[in-house]
Design a protein around this ligand. Structure first.
Ligand SMILES: O=C(O)CCC(=O)C(=O)O
Length: 276
């Protein structure tokens, strides 16, 4: 693939139907090829409205109006922000991707939300991740006909990200790299041509493997960037050193509760925390 074809990837050519239970062959091909996938309309207009309204209130209460960026990251989790945020745990628009690539018993590993008004994101403008050296938590592999991700991210755009704005930057294919990413290309203030900006309107989900080299391109738009990060691991492993407490959220379904369990093999009849 030439570098030219990797520039300014907006929405992927894959337009998914509203509800389905499986990834399409095209999505499978693209994710394996690139290490990421763009899922348009992963949030409905009503969901976007509600998620943004809740975030507006959090920003008004917690964020300095002069701040250029802020990360909401706490043990309370975005799940404590309301039902609209809890519903995203098993959002049917991306659940087929999660269960196929993370496994049939995914764990919700950790979550946070970033707002960026200008320039660098809360993690700066440096790439991280990559297929080499091998990372036993953030691995990407293919076995028995199935993609397997050690840590997979669903990043939701709550505001539009247009070409030229900045935002998520990916090195397509780097989840399968056999050599470390060259250190002198890590900085994103001067993006190396192998880094592709991945854009999309509000409601878009970018699903990516943490094994892919990626980072936040400096934000250049006039409007605020708002992104939710929901991260999933196979049921038996954890990146995070902190685990969720499903008891805090009584409205969760059984499936959602299972996703919040601490790492374990999800064998049948395992001891469960008592409810209520
Ligand atoms: O801002 C982005 O889209 C990248 C975020 C990221 O890589 C991270 O939070 O680890």
């Amino acid at each position: 693939m030439s570098t030219a074809t990797l520039q300014e990837s907006t929405t992927s050519p894959v337009t998914a139907p509203a509800m389905r239970t499986e990834m399409t062959p095209e999505e499978r091909y693209l994710f394996d090829l690139q290490g990421y996938l763009v899922v348009p309309n992963a949030l409905s207009p009503a969901q976007l409205c509600e998620l943004n309204a809740i975030m507006d209130r959090r920003i008004a209460d917690e964020v300095d109006p002069e701040a250029t960026q802020h990360r909401f990251y706490s043990p309370d989790s975005l799940l404590s922000w309301g039902a609209a945020y809890r519903e995203l745990l098993d959002n049917p628009r991306v659940l087929p991707h999660i269960t196929e690539m993370v496994g049939p018993h995914p764990r919700f590993d950790h979550d946070y939300a970033d707002i960026i008004r200008s320039g660098h994101s809360p993690i700066g403008a440096t790439l991280h991740g990559g297929g080499a050296p091998f990372d036993e938590c953030c691995f990407y592999t293919h076995k028995d006909g199935r993609i397997r991700c050690g840590l997979m991210v669903v990043a939701y755009n709550l505001h539009d990200v247009n070409p030229g704005d900045g935002g998520f930057g990916a090195v397509p294919g780097s989840h399968k790299a056999n050599f470390p990413f060259p250190a002198q290309w890590h900085g994103l203030d001067q993006r190396h041509p192998c880094v592709t900006p991945v854009t999309g309107p509000a409601g878009t989900a970018i699903i990516f493997s943490e094994a892919m080299t990626h980072g936040a391109l400096p934000w250049r738009a006039k409007h605020e960037r708002r992104t939710l990060f929901y991260k999933y691991s196979p049921g038996s492993i954890s990146w995070s050193a902190q685990y969720y407490d499903a008891e805090k959220y009584p409205d969760l379904t059984e499936r959602q509760r299972a996703m919040l369990e601490a790492p374990n093999a999800r064998y049948a009849h395992r001891p469960q925390a008592k409810r209520g």
